[in-house]
Design a protein around this ligand. Structure first.
Ligand code: MN3
Length: 200
């Protein structure tokens, strides 16, 4: 199996004003495409050729940095597009079972929001902040570059891209404003809940 760039699950202007058409054109068509192209070139002839994306990400971590960086970013972006939708975000649209877990494991939506934004804000340089499940419990994580919770024994449920290419056109250096807009207006909680099924 080789990597392929998925279409966005919405129009390029669907997430405005929180994420612009221009940002999605660069981020999806240029940045994600580059991870797909480079990942496919680096996958050729390796022991991971033909394996699932999850197996490639986990297997190449710490063993083949070039392949891992591109495969990890491919995995992260495949889900990142799905983790957003027009009219998403906020704490009132979280499906019941996941909402209950956020209350019991993380202290409720407001605490989740504050901790998730803080994780993204304190990720030094490029990377991601996460809502993840580990051993049936939710946690907030952050990771550098193309890393994600999969390589730390956890299941990603929601991730926000804090590479500058994800927010600089729309927010310049105001990473906190971008993170808050993501949580308040963009998160597709139904997709998060779908990823959580079986993980929590
Ligand atoms: Mn990105």
């Amino acid at each position: 199996m080789s990597f392929a760039l998925p279409d966005l699950p919405y129009a390029y202007d669907a997430l405005q004003p929180y994420m612009s058409k221009e940002t999605l054109e660069f981020h999806h068509d240029k940045h994600h495409q580059a991870y797909v192209t480079n990942g496919n070139n680096l996958l050729k002839g390796t022991e991971w050729e033909g394996k699932s994306l999850t197996k490639i990400v986990k297997g190449s971590y710490g063993k083949n940095a070039g392949l891992f960086n591109n495969a990890g970013q491919h995995y992260n972006h495949v889900h990142f597009w799905q983790w957003m939708k027009r009219g998403g975000g906020g704490g009132s649209k979280i499906p019941g079972k996941l909402d209950a877990k956020i209350k019991s494991d993380l202290g409720g939506f407001d605490k989740f929001r504050a901790d998730f934004v803080q994780a993204g804000l304190t990720q030094f340089g490029s990377g991601w902040c996460w809502l993840a499940a580990k051993d049936g419990k939710l946690s907030i994580m952050k990771s550098p570059n193309g890393e994600n919770p999969l390589v730390h024994g956890a299941q990603p449920l929601l991730g926000c891209d804090v590479w500058e290419h994800s927010y600089y056109i729309d927010y310049r250096n105001a990473r906190q404003k971008y993170l808050e807009a993501f949580v308040d207006n963009l998160v597709n909680w139904d997709y998060v809940a779908a990823m959580a099924e079986g993980a929590v």
